[in-house]
Design a binder for this molecule. Structure first.
Ligand code: ADP
Ligand code: MG
Length: 457
């Protein structure tokens, strides 16, 4: 079997075990570059895809390839310089193409005479440098990178959807910045769908519709934000459809964002839904704990805020929301603590902020007895077992968490905690507290247990 056939069969096998969007993002443009002995070199359109594919799909690729070649392969992941279809001048027969193939790419089609560029209106703050990538957005990020590498060719249109404040506009504009950095001559425009609609109406009133059409249909890259806005607006949809087609047919890159996936936008014409589905659709989810922590770390270093690591962890654990709300809540916290005149935001400030602990000046509601009983109840164990001698794993973990809570939330001395927890030595309490402190920042399960217990204070 030749290399192309091997890879084609391998991809067929993979296609049935991943979702269509994963297949399209990661595999549709991959190539088996070399196969020497048991070493297979697989090439991807850009380093991000190669890196992500290696991290996420190594074993999937290996088992499919092993299956096809009846060998125990080692895989190498590399980047190819140009998409294969550009090299041999025609579309690769191996893969479904996702973009219209034009004879020239936007990069190479510099016109002899170019009218003045429209302002791109990109926000300088929305760039890749400060865009944190995690599980919630790495698909969308990889797709955006592929578009930067090959505008108009990689994925067209690129449709990014997700709830409010998850980073759609930031990612879209960062993509715009990066495209312009590589190709400063491209005519790129960012507009919200609302602006598009309003300009259209104004142009009708002012009888300047052809100027309006010209402005949008002459672009090389069109970033249109919150496209759901045109739902139910018949005339705007009609005009957008023609703008979309004109750009698409000319191989120009279109990126759209929306709060829903195309087929779920109510009152959007079918012909637009199917156009939007014709490229790649990616979503952005709410950030997970690690991403929230990374976003907050970036925020505190930008704003020069001093916060103790335990306090930051607690904050990142407690606010399970979108990025905009996380930043908003954190701003609130810093405002609140700035009036308290403390050098560093500490665990206490964060606990108070979320109402997990009585405010300074109020009598402490929580006693050590109450804390111990909450821990026993949470783990469904008897208090006598929690304080007893058994070294059973579940009991030990519960005991360590109790020690941690008594230390961090009640500020009790180690010796006293040892006495409360059934007569234990203060050094073992110290180890227990350190251990849970560490687990709090590394182990999601433990973090969840602690936050749940604290909610009942
Ligand atoms: P959306 O368009 O999805 O409503 P935005 O792109 O406006 O969300 O993002 C809201 C805020 O959160 C912005 O200030 C943005 O810079 C920030 N933000 C969102 N995602 C990230 C991220 N992954 N890394 C850093 N900041 C982010
Ligand atoms: Mg937005």
């Amino acid at each position: 079997m030749d290399q192309n056939t091997i890879w084609k069969n391998t991809l067929e096998e993979i296609k049935v075990s991943v979702s269509p969007s994963v297949f399209q993002t990661f595999f549709s443009q991959s190539v088996l570059k070399k196969k020497e002995g048991d070493i297979a070199t697989i090439a991807f359109p850009n380093p991000y895809l190669a890196d992500l594919a290696q991290k996420r799909y190594y074993s999937l690729l290996k088992s499919a390839l092993d299956n096809q070649t009846k060998a125990n392969n080692s895989l190498l992941f590399i980047t190819y310089k140009r998409p294969p279809e550009e090299k041999n001048g025609q579309p690769s027969p191996l893969f479904d193409q996702v973009s219209p193939k034009t004879t020239s790419t936007p990069t190479s089609s510099a016109p002899t005479f170019s009218p003045p560029k429209p302002p791109s209106i990109l926000h300088p703050k929305y760039i890749f440098n400060n865009y944190i990538v995690g599980n919630s957005n790495n698909f969308a990020y990889a797709a955006a990178q592929a578009v930067v590498e090959n505008p108009g060719l990689a994925y067209n249109p690129l449709f990014i959807w997700g709830g409010v404040g998850v980073g759609k506009t930031h990612l879209m504009q960062a993509t715009g910045h990066a495209i312009l950095e590589k190709n400063p001559d491209l005519k790129l425009l960012y507009a919200s769908a609302e602006t598009f609609g309003n300009e259209l109406i104004a142009s009708i009133q002012q009888k300047t519709v052809s100027k309006f059409k010209n402005k949008y249909r002459k672009l090389d890259v069109f970033l249109i934000d919150d496209i759901q806005f045109i739902a139910g607006k018949e005339y705007t949809q009609e005009e957008f459809f023609h703008t979309f087609n004109a750009l698409y047919m000319a191989g120009k890159q279109i990126i759209l964002t929306s709060d829903k996936k195309p087929e779920e936008i109510q009152q959007l014409e079918d012909r637009l839904v199917s156009r939007f589905q014709g490229g790649l659709t990616v979503d952005i989810q709410h950030p997970d704990y690690e991403t929230r922590l990374a976003i907050l770390k970036q925020y505190i270093s930008e704003k020069n805020i001093s916060i103790n690591p335990d306090a930051l962890n607690l904050f990142a654990t407690t606010v399970e929301s979108n990025v905009r709300e996380i930043e908003g809540k954190f701003r609130e916290l810093t405002l609140q603590t700035s009036s308290q005149n403390i050098a560093q935001i500490n665990l206490n400030s964060v606990q108070q902020f979320f109402g997990l602990k009585a405010k300074i000046g109020e009598t402490k509601k929580i006693t050590h007895r109450h804390a111990i009983s909450l821990v026993s109840k949470h783990f469904k164990i008897k208090t006598s077992d929690l304080l007893g001698k058994s070294r059973k794993k579940d009991l030990v973990t519960a005991r360590h968490i109790a020690a941690y809570l008594l230390r961090t939330d009640l500020d009790l001395p180690l010796q006293e905690i040892g006495r409360i927890l059934g007569g234990r030595d203060h050094t073992s309490i110290m180890h227990a507290v350190d251990k849970i402190k560490h687990l709090f920042s590394t182990n999601q399960q433990i973090r969840h247990e602690i936050v749940t217990i604290r909610k009942n204070y």
